[in-house]
Design a protein around this ligand. Structure first.
Ligand code: RUQ
Ligand code: CUA
Length: 863
């Protein structure tokens, strides 16, 4: 439908208006009915993805109080996944299978299980300050922790607990080559785990920045090589790592230079008043390269809870720590893509301050200080380090950058706006209203050293009236804004109903290299082969006293074993391997009433462990709708009390079929199997002739198909043995199983064939590909199967069957009824007992379909 709108997108507004006046415009009618302006439709056209079209950018959003990470695409704003991080996530089995529990539980704090998190700032791994789509880091503000997510499968693989700080906010920021992941404390607290009264605030309470060492090859934070820097109790806030000119340095602001400690219950002014008293707070400037060296020598650090903390004194002495006054109650701190400027917003100021690292460095080199704070840290003069300030509006919070030099976007929390301005010239360029009360914002790859720009996402804390009401707890609003022109244009509102998604980072989709399936037997949380990997034929149940280990497999459409018998209070572990190799053939597994679940993507091995403390019969089943016989993919866990006598019911007698009826049924199954096998043989012949092994995707499918097929001989032998033994019931069941294998083989085999045809065929022109879509949209495939006569004629060669074929076919599609009396068409109608209906195709669509049919003919030899 939007196709007819193309002139509007390409042409001038004038032309657009005249195009819209065209009488037969469906678009015009829909616009009227839905009360859409031209601007609305343009926004829709910029974000709409037709089925099958992929997004250009992938966005990773913190899930706020959900403790998860939300993944969505730009420009469509379609949500793809919620990644379980600090919170159990049942779909992925996260926190319900043993392998993921090992990760989730490594986030326990002093032995206490923590089952939620307040995720705040996600960040990608970087090389030279540019995003690399290998890892994502995210912090938990509530229970100071950092998690590592492996972007090859979007699974959380590590959680580290901060041993010395009690809350964090300024995490997780990454140094330009992912040397360190930075985590900064928020609320100052004692480093140790003892009691210290508030009177000891200045003496004992401390802030800190923790530098978590990242081992890139292992994809893991190396806890032993990580250390912290002690900071005064100024309530450190956000951070950013220097890059380019400021490489080696990092910046953290703070909001309580007053060191006020509150006491509203004692009649003292509340925290918010006491902490906003001074005109300025402190930006912390520190050098992690120097700190790294200091952390090698025990005279520079103290050890608390087994963790090294470089002291303020040592850092000051080594010239690694400085303070610069900043406008009161600052918030975001963002380093410009080239590393030269540091831009800071102030929640209670209307200005953003731009600091010049060159000037900072000069003062440091000259040792020119304006004074010292009570902890002996040198203070640099604010005016001498400032490049300048820009008046932006009320409540500037966060920044993101554009590909254009100097262009920056800043969120205004109080004004509910985004301001586009230039941090070099300090000129405001544009502003746009957002809905409402924006916190973070992010342009595409906007915080890397090479921002792409293109879109900005506004993360609005309040949505108020934007969406259908869903009760007093409203969703957040992520708004997509086009920033390619001089004026920002609002495109899309995405309600997010999962926590307060706090911050996002975005990356070009092409930079993500995800794996489609796992190498057989992989423990996805370690990336290594699972010791309990079980291949077909290795299924077994092992008992050792009260310990029962089940080595199971899952493949369409059965779990092996199907019966598991244990005694009450046995300690049961079920290891399961998904034997599939084809993409998207996931099985899930649960045992009813036992609070267990695992997700088994193709090739994965995972396990569940439980004490069988409830007696009875418990179905277990596959939880993903994996195949037509998914409902049959189940079994029973029998939990029996060995000390109890059970009286069993008499087996009921079912009426038996007569021997003749049984024989007839058996013959029928055997004949069906023969026919199905013929289809398979023709597909196999095709695949072999075309050297399918050369195409990995096709090969994976064929391997899966042959796996299924390979099970037939032994099954068939069982059927034959049953016939010999006169057990016709058994023979029918085994032949039925043969049929199951045949059908699965045929199903996967045909998918492989279609895939291979696509691989081998000549590339489709855009028109042909549009034609194929129109063909499918029009439902032509309901009657016509390419390469085969079905309820309608095969369309291969249709253009050659008629004189002036292209025109004939086009006219026929346009108005079939005109041809019903034509001799040829009459004969067809008689043969198929069907008339070609009028599908009301547009001329453009018919043209494209002809192109598609040409492509079919070109590749006719492939069918
Ligand atoms: S900080 S909304 Cu929690 Cu990222 Cu400013
Ligand atoms: Cu496997 Cu459903």
């Amino acid at each position: 439908m939007l196709k007819s709108f193309k002139p509007v997108l390409l042409g001038s507004v004038l032309f657009a208006a005249s195009a819209l006046c065209a009488a037969d415009s469906d678009l015009e009618r829909v616009m009227k009915e839905r009360n859409l302006s031209e601007k609305d439709v343009l926004a829709a056209a910029k974000t709409y993805q037709p089925t099958g079209r992929k997004d250009d950018y992938m966005v990773f959003s913190s899930g706020g109080q959900s403790g998860q990470v939300i993944v969505y695409g730009v420009p469509s704003m379609r949500i793809y996944k919620y990644i379980g991080v600090f919170t159990p996530e049942p779909w992925q089995g996260y926190g319900f299978d043993e392998e993921s529990k090992a990760v989730l539980r490594s986030g326990s704090i002093n032995g206490k299980e923590i089952n939620w998190g307040d995720t705040h700032h996600p960040n990608f791994s970087e090389k030279n300050g540019e995003y690399v789509g290998d890892y994502l880091f995210i912090n938990d503000k509530a229970n100071p922790r950092i998690a590592v997510i492996n972007l090859s499968d979007f699974e959380t693989t590590q959680i580290v607990v901060n041993p010395v700080i009690k809350s964090d906010h300024g995490g997780s920021f990454v140094t330009p080559n992912t040397e360190y992941v930075i985590e900064t404390s928020q609320y100052a607290a004692p480093f140790d785990n003892d009691w210290h009264p508030i009177e000891e605030y200045q003496a004992v309470y401390r802030g800190a920045v923790t530098l978590w060492k990242f081992d890139y090859d292992k994809g893991k934070i190396d806890v032993n090589k990580s250390f912290s820097l002690e900071l005064p109790p100024y309530m450190q806030d956000l951070s950013d790592a220097g890059k380019g000119e400021s490489f080696g340095w990092a910046f953290t602001n703070s909001f309580n230079s007053e060191m006020y400690t509150g006491g509203i219950e004692k009649g003292l002014p509340p925290m918010e008043a006491g902490m906003s008293r001074n005109d300025t707070d402190y930006l912390h400037v520190y050098n992690w390269q120097i700190l790294e060296k200091l952390a090698q020598d025990s005279k520079n650090y103290k050890v608390v809870n087994g963790h090294r903390i470089v002291t303020i004194d040592a850092a000051v002495k080594a010239g690694a720590l400085f303070l610069i006054p900043e406008a009161k109650s600052p918030h975001g701190v963002d380093v410009s893509p080239d590393g030269r400027y540091i831009i800071i917003g102030g929640k209670l100021d209307t200005h953003a301050s731009v600091y010049d690292f060159k000037k900072i460095k000069e003062l440091i080199d000259k040792k020119e200080y304006a004074g010292k704070d009570p902890y002996g840290i040198p203070i640099l003069d604010m005016q001498k380090t400032l490049h300048g300030q820009a008046e932006l509006g009320l409540g500037p919070l966060h920044n993101t950058f554009d590909s254009q030099d100097g262009v920056i976007y800043t969120s205004l929390y109080v004004d509910s706006q985004i301001v586009k301005w230039n941090y070099k010239t300090l000129k405001v360029l544009d502003r746009i209203n957002v809905h409402y009360n924006i916190g973070h914002l992010d342009s595409m790859e906007g915080k890397s050293s090479k921002p792409v720009g293109k879109y900005v996402i506004a993360l609005d804390k309040l949505s108020i009236d934007r969406f259908n009401p869903i009760g007093p707890l409203h969703p957040q609003n992520h708004q997509l804004i086009d920033i390619t022109g001089p004026k920002m244009e609002m495109l899309y509102d995405l309600p997010i109903g999962l926590g307060e998604p706090h911050d996002v980072v975005s990356i070009a989709a092409s930079k993500l290299h995800t794996k489609p399936t796992y190498t057989m037997g992989t423990n996805s949380r370690t990336g290594k082969q699972h010791p309990a990997m079980t291949l077909a034929g290795q299924e077994r149940i092992e008992r050792d006293g009260k310990n029962v280990k089940v080595y199971a497999t899952a493949i369409r459409s059965h779990i092996n074993p199907e019966h598991i018998e244990v005694n009450k209070d046995d300690n049961v572990t079920i290891y399961m391997t998904n034997l599939e190799r084809a993409e998207d053939e996931t099985h899930g597994f649960t045992v009813d009433d036992y609070d267990l679940h695992m997700s088994l993507e193709p090739g994965k091995t995972a396990s569940v462990n439980f004490i069988a403390d409830k007696e009875g019969v418990f179905p277990f089943y596959c939880t993903e709708f994996c195949s037509a016989l998914h409902l049959e993919m189940f079994g029973y866990l029998y939990v029996k009390d060995p000390n109890k006598k059970y009286t069993s019911a008499k087996a009921s007698m079912l009426k038996a079929l007569s021997p003749e009826a049984l024989k007839a049924e058996y013959d029928k199954v055997v004949a069906t199997n023969k026919a199905t096998d013929d289809v398979i043989q023709s597909v196999v012949k095709f695949l072999k002739e075309k050297n399918y092994e050369k195409y990995p995707k096709v090969k994976a499918l064929v391997d899966d198909a042959l796996d299924q097929y390979g099970k037939i001989p032994e099954t068939k032998a069982k059927a034959d043995a049953a016939v010999k033994a006169g057990d016709m019931n058994g023979a029918i069941l085994w032949e039925g199983q043969v049929w199951q294998y045949l059908v699965k083989t045929a199903d996967v085999g045909l998918r492989a064939k279609n895939n291979l045809i696509r691989e081998l065929s000549t590339p489709m022109s855009e028109a042909a590909s549009n034609g194929e879509k129109a063909y499918l949209r029009g439902g032509c495939n309901g009657c016509h199967v390419i390469g085969q006569v079905s309820s309608g004629p095969d369309l291969t060669g249709v253009l050659l069957r008629h004189e002036n074929g292209e025109k004939w076919v086009a006219d026929f599609i346009k108005d079939p009824a005109k041809f019903y009396e034509d001799d040829y068409v009459k004969a067809m109608i008689n043969y198929f007992n069907l008339r070609m209906p009028n599908q009301h195709m547009k001329d453009e669509e018919i043209k494209d379909i002809i192109e598609y049919l040409k492509w079919v003919d070109e590749n006719a030899g492939l069918n």
